[in-house]
Ligand binder design. Sequence first.
Ligand code: OFO
Length: 172
Amino acid sequence: MLNKRVEEALNSQLVIEANSSHYYLAIASWAETKGLNGTSEFFYEQSDEERMHMLRLVKFINERGGQAIIPQVDMPPKDFGTITNVFNEFLNHELLVSAKVNEVVGVCHEEKDFATMNFMQWYVSEQIEEEALVRSIIDKLNLIDGEKSGLYMFDRDLKTIKSPQITINNDI
Ligand code: OFO
């Protein structure tokens, strides 16, 4: 049975993942309207992944005797400015997610819920990989430095960049 404090922390994380999925969907849709097809595909995929992160939490909370609360999501922005801005925002958002994941792990530790702490390890690893991925993308953007043909190729090449798939023993 899940400890109440741990259950609340997991449900808070569920909100973060739901909002992340929605936020990345908004970026994907915006990019599509700007003809940034690679960026758009990349963020549609990110959005799907965040939904999967949310679902992992839904299943885990319910399987452990808690109740997953399906939240209302925040309305994301409609306009994202430039590709550079998009990826800087992407990094900021993932840093926030990492901080929230660490908070949940902290609660698990305080409550001595080592099973949930083990479950959350998947998210810790995922965040390390995602932050590294976004930083490498931002490095590329910095090299291009707003140059038009470089941005065209950058957008095209994004179609081939896949997020890392983390596999840890706690499959749902
Ligand atoms: Fe990388 O955001 Fe979900 O966990």
